[in-house]
Design a protein around this ligand. Structure first.
Ligand SMILES: [Zn+2]
Ligand SMILES: [Zn+2]
Ligand SMILES: [Zn+2]
Ligand SMILES: [Zn+2]
Length: 126
């Protein structure tokens, strides 16, 4: 794996890659935004600019959807992830921490929120 595409703060592949002006190390945009000092060379204050090259390289890295077996370039999988049918759904009910795949989620709704479902059934088609 290209080491320079890895963020030295969270140690993941940099998200929305930014490159520092001090040591040209790639960081996530969110990570570099919350530090004053460069995590790589300790230069202070740290300055970073969007790195089009790093972003292009990161988008083309081989990647696997964390929810299913689909593989492809990272940019493509990132888009797929949002619509992935294996992605767990979080129960929207207040005070409910349940999270599961669509078929189990439906069972959970039927099981735990039967009353609310019946009461609100008409809202599904509003
Ligand atoms: Zn990071
Ligand atoms: Zn630096
Ligand atoms: Zn998927
Ligand atoms: Zn629930």
């Amino acid at each position: 794996m290209e080491a320079w595409l890895r963020c030295p703060i969270c140690l993941e592949i940099a998200d929305q890659a930014m490159e520092t002006s001090c040591c040209h190390q790639v960081h996530c945009r969110a990570c570099v935004a919350r530090v004053n000092r460069c995590a790589q060379c300790r230069h202070e204050p740290v300055r970073a600019e969007a790195s089009a090259l790093a972003r292009r390289m990161i988008d083309s890295l081989p990647f696997k959807c964390p929810h299913c077996d689909r593989r492809g370039p990272r940019g493509e999988i990132r888009e797929h992830e949002v619509a992935c049918e294996r992605r767990p759904i979080k129960c929207p009910a207040p005070d409910c921490q349940y999270q599961g795949l669509a078929p189990e989620f439906l069972l959970h709704l039927k099981d735990k929120h039967r009353e609310a479902l019946l009461r609100n059934a008409d809202k599904c088609f509003a």
